[in-house]
Design a protein around this ligand. Structure first.
Ligand code: SAM
Length: 247
């Protein structure tokens, strides 16, 4: 493995995240994909999501299951209890269903808050129209009907300040709404105020760069990490970036 070449490829990756990214690539060389996810219990494994959830639910896309082999150890290793989950950008609810299934196993009264304006805010490759929200509702009712889920049908720019106003606190925030740099930065700054100490913030699509698109999450996450200046710890970096809030 040529680590220098790898670093060159990922020269934009934030210095705090780069060691995790290198460890991810070296780890992939050393173990097969199968053994990496074999320690994940069946109700949370990528296979379960594909065989049960995607087959039985109303989904048109799976952007999520590839992340499970990283998310599961990150959540399992949290040093504070995980009970309250905030998701920015839910689409048809695939990530929501998985986090809900994780919480169902790990705590007794989980609460999930999901922000998405649904129709009218499509990202590349997403469907438009009201069917996305209808699918989200059907999937949540089918797979998480026993849990406390609050759906906020608004853009994050409106929804997050309202949550700050009512002094909400979350243990995990999943940032997967608009992928435009300034929107990701805005979501990060606002959601940071809602995140508990030792809570996790997860940025989806950190390395996403369709056709060299400059307006994407990576520059925003890097700038945000610079602003935090030691108030967070890198937990993992692959296609997503996961950080822990220290203070
Ligand atoms: C990539 S999809 C989310 C996928 C989902 N988390 C999953 O893994 O299955 C992005 C979502 O962000 C939503 N979105 C776009 N702009 C937003 C905004 N300003 N605030 C909140 N959500 C937004 C879109 O409506 C879309 O449903």
């Amino acid at each position: 493995m040529d680590v220098i070449a790898l670093c060159r490829n990922y020269r934009e990756v934030h210095r705090a995240l780069l060691p995790r990214l290198l460890a991810h690539h070296l780890g992939r060389r050393l173990r097969s994909r199968g053994s990496a996810s074999s320690s994940i219990p069946p109700p949370l494994s990528p296979g379960w999501l594909r065989d049960e959830v995607l087959t039985l639910g109303q989904f048109t896309a799976d952007w999520f299951s590839v992340n499970i082999s990283h998310l599961y150890p990150a959540l399992s290793g949290m040093t504070r209890p995980f009970r309250r989950y905030l998701e920015i950008g839910c689409y048809e609810g695939l990530s929501t269903v998985w986090f809900g299934a994780f919480l169902r196993r790990s705590c007794s009264a989980p609460e999930l808050v999901c922000i998405d304006p649904f129709a009218g805010y499509p990202q590349p490759g997403e469907q438009r129209g009201t069917q996305v929200e209808a699918n989200f509702d059907a999937n949540i009712s089918r797979f998480l009907g026993d849990l406390s889920i609050t759906k906020i049908n608004k853009p994050s720019l409106t929804a997050l300040p309202a949550l700050i106003e009512t002094a909400e606190v979350f243990d995990v925030v999943y940032v997967d709404g608009s992928h435009r740099s300034l929107d990701v930065m805005t979501d990060a700054v606002l959601a940071w105020r809602l995140l508990a100490d030792r809570g996790l913030m997860i940025f989806d699509d950190y390395l996403w760069a369709p056709r060299g698109e400059a307006d994407r999450p990576l520059p925003a996450v890097n700038a945000f990490l610079d602003l935090l200046d030691g108030r967070c710890r890198a937990i993992d970096c692959y296609h997503q970036a996961i950080i822990e809030k220290l203070r």
